[in-house]
Design a protein around this ligand. Structure first.
Ligand code: MN
Length: 288
């Protein structure tokens, strides 16, 4: 097992712990990005406020521990998400979306957003959006497993995935043994609580990486703990990730950046201002 520290960042008004990419570990299977959001107090004047922005070449997985969020996208999707539910957006050749508060929720907001790199076979395909209001669960000694994507512990999610992978929440209340596929690499990201694996204790703000070859993860915990388990077969190709885009070359990133700047993505119905970013550094410093 290898432990990687998350970086702190800010997304809209939300403090996040960015677990992926980490220095020295850029992907886990096709999973290429993980932001642990919050906890953040939601009030009349503050909450989730991520205005319209574009994506290409990836799927976004949104999962809440606390709170509510409202998703709008350029396909016309409008979806409230609550804890225990899955929002899965497939960008393909391009989509734009906004994530905001529902306006009537007060309390704490906490969750995780992950990105999955799409393979060559689908990354230039049609965008799509799926919502699952409930997901398959399995209780094993010490843990309730909720399967967001793929198969785990005999349960299968119906959510779309384009490469062999798994994504699950582990709701741990005692020591547990979670069976995993030996051909997958895996990672654990603790959202609340703490765990001990292979003699090392870790909690929020770290990512634990497990190379392929394991049949199970033996997880000890002394307190109620929620953790995300992600995994998959090592990804087929190196990716180029910049801002909200996943591609294979800087030229593809440039094309997507220009399309957003020129307002060529379909509109997102949202009252929030659209999000822009300065050009990629290689345009300013072409020899970098
Ligand atoms: Mn997004």
């Amino acid at each position: 097992m290898e432990l990687f520290d998350s970086r702190t960042a800010q997304v809209g008004s939300m403090p996040v712990r960015r677990a992926l990419p980490a220095r020295g570990r850029r992907m886990v299977g096709a999973w290429c990005f993980a932001d642990h959001l919050g906890p953040l107090a939601v009030s009349e004047t503050g909450g989730l406020d991520i205005g319209p922005h574009p994506h290409i070449g990836l799927q976004t997985v949104t999962w809440l521990v606390d709170g509510q969020a409202l998703h709008h996208d350029s396909l016309g999707s409008e979806q409230v998400i609550r804890p225990g539910q899955l929002n899965l957006m497939t960008a393909g050749r391009g989509i734009a979306h906004a994530e905001e508060g529902t306006g009537h929720y007060r309390g704490t907001m906490q969750g995780i957003q992950l990105w999955i790199a799409q393979p060559e076979a689908t990354r230039n395909g049609e965008p799509a959006f799926e919502h699952y209001s409930s997901l398959p669960q399995r209780e094993l000694p010490g843990v309730v497993i909720t399967v967001l994507l793929g198969d785990l512990a005999g349960q299968r999610s119906l959510a779309r995935h384009d490469t062999p992978l798994v994504g699950a929440e582990l709701d741990l209340f005692h020591d547990a043994v979670v069976p995993v596929r030996p051909d997958f690499e895996h990672a654990l990201i603790v959202l609340t609580g703490a765990v001990t694996v292979d003699g090392a204790r870790f909690g929020p703000g770290q990512l634990a990486y497990f190379a392929p070859g394991r049949q199970e993860l033996v997880i000890a915990t002394g307190e109620p703990t929620r953790a995300m388990l992600i995994g998959g077969t090592p990804f087929e190709a190196p990716i180029v990730m910049w801002w909200n885009f996943v591609a294979r070359s800087r030229a593809e990133i440039d094309t997507a950046f220009d399309a957003w700047r020129a307002d060529r993505f379909d509109p997102v119905p949202s009252a929030l201002p659209r999000i822009d970013t300065p050009p990629p550094f290689w345009r300013t410093w072409p020899h970098a």
